[in-house]
Design a protein around this ligand. Sequence first.
Ligand code: F6R
Length: 242
Amino acid sequence: MQLIVFKDYETLSLYAAEEIIRLVKSKPDAVICFASGDTPRLAYKLLVEKSRIENIDFSRVTLVGLDEWVGIPPSNEGSCHYFLKTNLIDQLNFTVSNIHLFDALSEHLQQECDRMDAVIASKNGIDLMLVGLGMNGHIGFNEPGASFNSYSQVIALDNITTAVGQKYFIQATKLQRGISLGLKHLSEAKRVLLLANGNRKAAIIKKVLEEEVNELVPGSIIRLHSNSAVLIDDEAASLLKK
Ligand code: F6R
């Protein structure tokens, strides 16, 4: 694992955007897993802007959505689907058949997990996984206690996630479960970028990087990955030992 501390959110986001562009240039049929949430918002905006300028072709890229709130439809502005559609899918020339998102309205959620696992396996795994970090240390919806050894699963959300998650929704929304790629996908991804910015992430970043690696802090799995990078800004790094 490599730790890179940036002076601000802009430079961090630019680094992530440029790495994605480099990957797509070198491997036009790359498999990329994208998180939703506030953290990658600027990286995606810069990715779109730069890709347009440089004419980067996403038509052969496979886009895998990291997770979704169970029971929330794609039309809901707080859904991960809506976020990825507005910020990436509608902005770049992805091919519809190369887009793989969880159907969190499915009555057969385990089948959804199996389907996503099969898609990833059929593509020989994920080339780049870009993830954020929850206030409780989650990655995707792999909440504290989630096994490092699981592929996609349906997870009961903890109180921190259901409370913090309200920020994505226009009105108060009942959030109970998430459907998510698993931490084993992260372990097996060829490259992982974990992004975190701002003071509010400082305490959990300290836990992730300085406490023992363990399943109660899911993000700590990043330290076991030989080709991962943790990209944080000065604020998120503010509690780390110098
Ligand atoms: C979103 C996701 C979540 C977020 C995390 C941080 O797809 O997987 O794990 O990455 O909750 O959210 P933000 O970026 O809003 O602070």
